[in-house]
Design a protein around this ligand. Structure first.
Ligand code: FAD
Length: 439
């Protein structure tokens, strides 16, 4: 253990996949951890995702393959990507940064960084599940990508792009399937698909929210403190950090901010600016008539992902670029829903209301993990975009290693917070000029 003595209290703000995992890894290293959330653990983004845990998911959306689809996306009718124009203009620094990072060199660097996380994801999830005793939630079935259009060669062609080449380069186990092989691999699929490929490693969980909530319960059973409340302020002091929860002032040696898509709000109040965007997405559950599929399936031409969950067959949608808190727009879901009915034997949507979440995304799609710039009190771990369920346990381990003065199991320069976070100068109200002007 790299730290010592009494100075080892830490508040982890945000109990999603990232915060819960970080809290557990800190607890295992002897820290006195308070995990804080205004909701029950894993009620937000970590609740409603597609449950895919797969080492192949390291290629970010903003890669050169995106350029071929940009024309189509700009028409704003695609099920995969929708946007609100005014929002894009307001978020221009993020949008430009996101596009800039899609160039080949940058996308390669992001992919290599993210692979350091995804390659460890199954092992780190297994370690947590073993401890909590909920390993039955994970099925190691890999992930199927299936294609309706383009004939038997389509799946192989799809792998010749940037993402396919990166997966090949990094040794991802891919099996290309023709029509019959695909039907044999996933017999619950209606025979409308001409080809597909199977990413054979990794798998899916049957309820991502409960998986993480059970880990949080285990953290508490092991002596961790779970505090229910809204954190409004964080302020760094000389030898501690104070934070305000439900109006009550608290203090600890360190604060680790894991507030997912809300991280920017709290950072701003602590005197930092961050270029954080959100990619919103929805899910709905459907009742199956026939057998339950074994795999999570990405219907590439159908523009949705689907997987069997405890609440039914869960369909998750693509990306909507809109303000985090704007009202839901169900048009993407309604657009792809009939395609689900073409692909699987489902009777209809369950009574459960449609869920919406906001993937927290930095312009280069790589999370920030480490101390905030020029700080050693305030630490961050957020920005896990489309892969935060799978990579939470990995980044949680890495940040705990760094905080404890251990050698981290990854080259942490790739995750440097200074890429997207800047520390503001002292509040303008107290500057020399402001005082002079007021005088
Ligand atoms: C449709 C969709 C499908 C996805 N599919 C997958 C997938 O298949 N696999 C995968 O790995 N990832 C997937 N993701 C991404 C994944 O869900 C996210 O990356 C991940 O959940 C982010 O976790 P987090 O802990 O950073 O954020 P969150 O889960 O949002 O946690 C942040 C927490 O902070 C709390 N909080 C915020 N502000 C405050 C405050 N001021 N005071 C107190 N508490 C606060 C919130 O209540 C929340 O609980 C998907 C996402 C979406 C939207």
């Amino acid at each position: 253990m790299g730290h010592s003595g009494m100075s080892n209290s830490i508040a982890v703000i945000g109990a999603g996949s990232v915060g819960i995992s970080s809290a557990i890894h800190l607890q295992q290293r002897g820290w006195r951890v308070t995990l804080v959330d205004r909701k029950a653990p894993a009620s937000e983004t970590s609740w409603g995702n597609a449950g895919v845990i797969n080492p192949s998911s390291f290629v970010p959306l903003n890669n050169p393959d995106l350029h071929n689809s940009l024309g189509r996306y700009l028409r704003n009718t695609s099920g995969s990507l929708r946007f609100q124009k005014a929002h894009l203009l307001k978020q221009l620094p993020w949008v430009l940064g996101f596009l800039e990072a899609s160039k080949t060199r940058r996308a390669q660097a992001s992919s290599h960084a993210l692979f350091m996380l995804t390659r460890q994801a199954v092992d780190e999830h297994r370690a947590l599940m073993q401890r909590t005793g909920n390993a039955a939630r994970f099925s190691e079935t890999g992930w199927l990508k299936v294609f309706r259009n383009g004939g038997p060669e389509r799946a192989s062609q799809a792998l010749t792009g940037f993402a396919g080449r990166m997966m090949h380069e990094l040794g991802i186990d891919i099996e290309v399937l023709d029509r019959d092989a695909l039907q044999a691999r996933e017999p619950t699929l209606r025979p409308i698909f001409n080809s597909g490929y199977h990413l054979r490693a990794g798998g899916r969980v049957d309820n991502p929210g409960l998986l993480m909530r059970e880990h949080a319960e285990r953290f508490v059973a092991d002596g961790g403190k779970l505090l229910h409340g809204d954190v409004s302020e964080i302020e760094e002091k000389q030898d501690s950090v104070s934070w305000t929860c439900e109006g009550e002032l608290k203090s600890s040696d360190r604060v680790l901010l894991c507030a997912g898509p809300w991280s920017g709000d709290l950072l701003a109040r602590a005197g930092y600016d961050v270029t954080l965007g959100v990619e919103r997405g929805y899910h709905a559950h459907y009742e199956l008539k026939g057998d339950v599929p074994a795999h999570s399936v990405h219907d590439v031409d159908g523009e949705y992902i689907v997987g069997p969950m405890t609440g039914g067959l869960r369909l998750t949608t693509g990306v909507e670029l809109a303000p985090r808190d704007a009202p839901s727009d169900l048009s993407q879901l309604e657009q792809v829903e009939p395609r689900l009915f073409e692909a699987f034997d489902v009777t209809g949507r369950t009574d459960e209301p449609v869920w919406r979440g906001a993937r927290p995304t930095l312009p280069d799609s790589v999370p920030v993990i480490g101390p905030a710039p020029r700080s050693d009190r305030l630490w961050v771990n957020f920005g896990h975009q489309h892969i935060g369920l799978m990579t939470g346990p990995v980044s949680g381990k890495l940040v705990a290693q760094l905080l404890s003065g251990e050698q981290a199991d990854a080259d942490m320069r790739a995750f440097a917070p200074s890429r997207w976070i800047t520390r503001r100068r002292k509040a303008r109200a107290n500057s020399w000029l402001a005082r002079r002007l007021r005088a």
